[in-house]
Design a protein around this ligand. Structure first.
Ligand SMILES: Nc1ncnc2c1ncn2[C@@H]1O[C@H](COP(=O)(O)OP(=O)(O)O)[C@@H](O)[C@H]1O
Ligand SMILES: [Mg+2]
Length: 310
């Protein structure tokens, strides 16, 4: 869906390349997290995809078309874009904000109204309460949700998200990430997500592209990045706790057995992730947990050894 080949960006002639001979393919319907230290070229890479920035060299194909050969204004109507800093249009109501692109595309009022309601439900907000408000009358988390709704409004096949949850406190951020992941399961999109937060990349990315000095040093699944860092830079970036972070990729279901746990064992839901299960074990000072199903009935056990051999 997105195919970048040998893309280089120099902001001024002869300067150091901010993006340096970068090639990246984002398969249709998948989410790629672009991650790396500040200044490594994540935002530059993303903004070349919707031509907010033109590459110095290389080609970028989106949905079969070379982006340099498409009118950038038309292009951007078909690519949803969410950024952290420049949020919603402050002088427009929430309804007008969400309707911005559909209006440009000439949708009629009834269709826009239906779509706006549908999107607000999708991001977990009440249309009756939200539509007439202005962005300043919303909390940070609500604004972020509206940002996502606005990006989805015209149902673009591609979404670009630049640190979309960066302005939110950690607890609300985790919840929004989970909700966003559920939204993506319902409306399949090709997503490029820029983040400097490894946990966010792990939680949302089907694949992670780790960048350094304008280049991609590793492009892999979260599991592969965490279990097989390509070099010392990646290893250092993912951190000493990478084995624990990796456990968050698997649910208890993945490692449990149907054996009957001993009486009095602490319980864990089969849908919990193994990182949380290990935390429970440490807290309970035990190396076995009883695993429960959705109804709360015990359906097996999870041992520490089983977690460690995932
Ligand atoms: N408009 C610009 N003019 C000149 N240099 C820029 C501009 N925008 C970014 N850069 C430089 O390009 C490099 C990559 O920046 P950026 O893509 O914003 O990184 P990231 O998003 O990973 O923090 C940095 O060295 C930055 O200073
Ligand atoms: Mg950036």
């Amino acid at each position: 869906m997105i195919n970048m080949q040998h893309v280089t960006k120099r902001y001024t002639e002869g300067s150091v390349a901010s993006v340096d001979d970068l090639s990246l393919i984002v398969p249709e319907g998948s989410t790629v997290a672009l991650i790396g230290p500040s200044g490594c070229g994540k935002t530059t890479t993303m903004r070349m995809i919707n031509r907010l920035i033109d590459p110095t060299e290389g080609t970028i194909i989106v949905n079969g078309e070379d982006v340099t050969k498409v009118d950038p204004v038309i292009l951007r109507r078909h690519i949803g874009y969410v950024i952290q800093q420049v949020g919603l249009f402050p002088h427009m109501t929430i309804a007008q904000n969400i309707a911005a692109v559909p209006k440009l595309l000439g949708w009629d009022d009834a269709k826009i109204r239906n779509r706006t309601d549908e999107l607000l439900h999708l991001v977990g907000l009440d249309p009756a309460e939200m539509l007439k408000r202005y962005p300043r009358q919303l909390s940070g988390g609500q604004r972020q949700r509206i940002g996502v709704a606005r990006a989805l409004a015209a149902d673009p096949p591609v979404l670009l998200l630049d640190e979309p949850f960066g302005a939110i406190d950690p607890i609300a951020r985790t919840r929004l990430q989970d909700e966003f992941r559920q939204i993506l399961q319902r409306v399949r999109k090709t997503v490029v997500l820029v983040t400097h937060d490894l946990d966010e990349a792990i939680r949302l990315g089907d694949r992670i592209a780790l960048m350094k000095s304008g280049k991609i040093v590793q492009y892999d699944t979260p599991d592969a990045i965490l279990s097989h860092p390509a070099d010392a830079f990646v290893e250092n970036f993912v951190g000493i706790d990478r084995a624990i972070k990796r456990l968050s990729l698997f649910t208890v279901d993945h490692a449990m057995t149907a054996d009957k746990p001993r009486q009095g064992a602490h319980m864990v839901a089969s849908t919990s992730n193994l990182r949380d299960a290990l935390a429970l074990m440490v807290a309970a000072n035990s190396d076995v947990l009883a695993v429960t199903d959705a109804s709360g009935a015990v359906k097996g056990q999870l041992t520490r050894d089983a977690i460690f051999s995932v």
